[in-house]
Design a binder for this molecule. Structure first.
Ligand code: NAD
Ligand code: UDP
Length: 330
C-alpha cells in the first residue's frame, strides 16, 4: 500500500509511519511542524519508501501518484497547545479534514480519522462506550478541539454515506511514550520532564480526576489494525486501566527517583473528571487489547526523556507561534 499520513512529524504520526514502513508499505508524510518536529522522522531520511511534504493541510494540496489510504492525524492535541492555537485547531479539524477527505475521494483511497475521547467531553457515562453522545461545552475553551473533532467525525460519516468513501474513525484515549514533545503540556510528559529537571510536579486541582493511559506501541497497533480490518463506525482505542492524576504523579516520582515535590495548581475549566474507554468493540472486531502496563510504559518513556536532559528541548516552554511559521509551504 501507499498511504498519506498527515501529522507525520508528531508523536503518534511518526510512530504510525514506522508501523506502515515495518510491514513494507510506502508512506508519504505531511506536516507543518506546528507542534511536531523533524527530529521525530529524522531516522526515516534516506528510506526510499518514505517521502515527506511540508504543508499545512488546512490549505488544499495535491499529492502525486496512487494512494491506498489517507490517515488524518494532523492537529494540535495537547490542551495547552490547542488553547494557544484555537483558530488553527478549528481549521485543521474542519478544513483540514475536508481537504484530507477530498484527497481520499479523488484517489479512491481509504480514509482514516484520528478522533479523540474528548468527543465525550466531561462524560456522564463511565466507562465510555462508542454509543455515548458525550457532554461537551460547545463554547468553552476546550471546544476548539472537541467541536473540531466532532465536526470531523460528522464530515467523515457524510463522505462515507454520500460519496461511498471507505472510512474509519478512531477515538484515541490518552496516549504517552517516546517522541512526545517534552514541553507539550500533557500530563505524562509534564510530570516526567519536571521530575528529571528537578522541578515541582504540578497537579491541577486535587489530583482525584482520572485518566486511562495507553502506551504508544499498543495504541499504534490498535490504529493499524483498525485501518486494515475495521469498519466505518467509531472505535475506541485506549487502555481501560484507570488511574488518578495523583497516582500518576506518585508513580513518576518513584520511578525517576526524583527529589521533586508534588504541588497543586488550579484545575483548568471543563477538565474532564473521569475518562476510561470501553474497548469491547476493538477487542471483538480487531482482536486487539493493550499489553503494556503503565509502570512499564513509564519506565520506557522516562528512559527516552533522560536522553534529552540538558538539551534545548527540555527548556521551559516557548510560545508555539515562535516555533514554526503556521501555514508555510516548503
Ligand atoms: P502531536 O501534536 O504530537 O502531533 C500532531 C502533528 O500534527 C504535529 O506534528 C503537528 O505539527 C501536525 N499538524 C498540526 N496541524 C497541522 C496542519 N494544519 N497541517 C499539517 N500538520 C499539522 O499530537 P499527537 O499526540 O501525535 O496527536 C496526533 C493525533 O491524534 C491528533 O489528531 C490528536 O487529536 C489525536 N489524538 C491524540 C491523543 C493522544 O493522547 N496522543 C489522544 C486523542 C487524540
Ligand atoms: N494535568 C495535571 N498536571 C499537568 C498537566 C495535566 O494535573 O501538569 C491534568 C489535567 O488537568 C488533566 C489530566 O492531567 O486532568 C490529563 O491532562 P492532559 O493535558 O494530559 O490531557 P487531557 O486528558 O486533559 O486531554
Amino acid at each position: 500500500m501507499r498511504v498519506l499520513i498527515t501529522g507525520a512529524a508528531g508523536f503518534l504520526g511518526s510512530h504510525l509511519c514506522d508501523r506502515f514502513l515495518r510491514d513494507g508499505h510506502w508512506v508519504v508524510g505531511l506536516d507543518n511542524f506546528v507542534t511536531g518536529t523533524p527530529d521525530n522522522i529524522g531516522h526515516l531520511a534516506g528510506n526510499e519508501r518514505f517521502q515527506f511534504v511540508r504543508h499545512d493541510i488546512s490549505d488544499s494540496t495535491y499529492v502525486a501518484g496512487k494512494l491506498d489510504g489517507v490517515l488524518h492525524l494532523a492537529s494540535p492535541a495537547s490542551p495547552i497547545d490547542y488553547l494557544e492555537l484555537p483558530i488553527e485547531t478549528l481549521k485543521v479539524g474542519s478544513l483540514g479534514t475536508h481537504n484530507a477527505l477530498g484527497i481520499a475521494k479523488a484517489k479512491g483511497a481509504r480514509f482514516f480519522l484520528a478522533s479523540t475521547s474528548e468527543v465525550y467531553g466531561d462524560p456522564l457515562e463511565h466507562p465510555q462506550r462508542e454509543s455515548y453522545w458525550g457532554n461537551v461545552n460547545s463554547i468553552g475553551p476546550r471546544s476548539v478541539y472537541d467541536e473540531a473533532k466532532r465536526f470531523s467525525e460528522a464530515i467523515t460519516m457524510a463522505y462515507h454515506r454520500t460519496h461511498g468513501v471507505d472510512t474509519r474513525i478512531v477515538r484515541i484515549f490518552n496516549t504517552y511514550g517516546p517522541r512526545m514533545r517534552p514541553r507539550d503540556g500533557r500530563v505524562v510528559s509534564n510530570f516526567i520532564v519536571q521530575a528529571l529537571n528537578g522541578e515541582d510536579l504540578t497537579i491541577y486541582g486535587d489530583g482525584s480526576q482520572t485518566r486511562s493511559f495507553c502506551y504508544v506501541e499498543d495504541e499504534v497497533e490498535g490504529i493499524y489494525r483498525l485501518f486494515m480490518n475495521g469498519d466505518h463506525m467509531p472505535t475506541n482505542i485506549g487502555n481501560p486501566v484507570e488511574f488518578t492524576v495523583r497516582q500518576l504523579a506518585e508513580m513518576v516520582v518513584e520511578l525517576t527517583g526524583t527529589r521533586s515535590s508534588i504541588i497543586s495548581e488550579p484545575l483548568p475549566q471543563d477538565d474532564p473528571k473521569v475518562r476510561k474507554p470501553d474497548i469491547t468493540r476493538a477487542r471483538t472486531m480487531l482482536g486487539w487489547e493493550p499489553k503494556i502496563p503503565l509502570r512499564e510504559g513509564l519506565v520506557r518513556t522516562i528512559e527516552y526523556f533522560r536522553g534529552l536532559v540538558g538539551t534545548e528541548r527540555m527548556a521551559p516552554r516557548s510560545p508555539l507561534a515562535a516555533r514554526s511559521p503556521v501555514g508555510s509551504v516548503a
